[in-house]
Design a binder for this molecule. Structure first.
Ligand code: MN3
Length: 217
């Protein structure tokens, strides 16, 4: 879904308590209804005096961020990044049991050798990210999977990567339930990843890469 100003707080695709016991109700409630809402409101506030940029889709505000006026560039980067990253994150979790499958499974095995090796490197990279930020699993221009650690609300979009999964590693994402034990949060997140959604995203990424290839910009 392509989104434009004024941006809205989109509902979660499940109830706040649906991911229990892995993702607790209180964290999901505050994370969505307060933290994401704040990013939505701040992004709208920044763009309100700039009708010319209200026509830009959410992703364009990130991919072409450097073209924005200096006085709103960093703020839009932060809050559009927050809106994009959180919608993406909330959209990739499910109370249902799913399994890595399809083309994404083939790519994981090709690029990381085994599921166990993928899990371990993902886990260790997420654990090591210093401070607040996100770990992204993304496809590069050739469809190869790569892990990208980024600080704050930064996204890998401006460098042409196509995100497949992202893990919120800000303390607000886990502190209420897991306190300072980031490792137990990462394990819990793996229990609720929607691998069917990840496969859908990866297939869409492959299509986008094929289209880019046939229409070089
Ligand atoms: Mn967050």
């Amino acid at each position: 879904m392509i989104q434009y100003y004024p941006f809205e707080l989109l509902p979660l695709p499940y109830l706040y308590d649906a991911l229990e016991p892995h993702m607790d109700t209180e964290t999901m409630f505050y994370h969505h209804s307060r933290l994401l809402k704040t990013d939505v409101d701040n992004l709208n506030r920044l763009l309100k005096p700039y009708p010319e940029f209200q026509e830009w889709a959410l992703e364009r505000l990130l991919t072409e961020n450097k073209s924005l006026p200096g006085e709103i560039r960093q703020g839009v980067w932060n809050h559009a990044g927050g809106v994009y990253s959180h919608q993406f994150f909330f959209g990739e979790m499910t109370p249902n049991s799913t399994k890595l499958s399809g083309k994404l499974k083939d790519a994981v095995l090709l690029d990381f050798d085994t599921w166990e090796a993928f899990y371990e490197i993902f886990f260790e990279t997420a654990l090591k990210l210093f401070g607040s930020g996100w770990l992204w699993l993304a496809a590069d221009q050739r469809g190869k999977l790569t892990l990208i650690s980024l600080p704050n609300q930064d996204t890998p979009l401006p460098k042409g990567f196509i995100p497949i999964l992202n893990l919120d590693l800000w303390e607000h994402a886990y502190y209420l339930k897991h306190k300072d034990m980031r490792a137990s949060y990462i394990k819990a997140w793996f229990q609720v990843v929607n691998w069917y959604e990840a496969e859908r995203r990866y297939q869409a990424a492959l299509l986008e890469i094929a289209l880019r290839g046939s229409h070089p910009s």
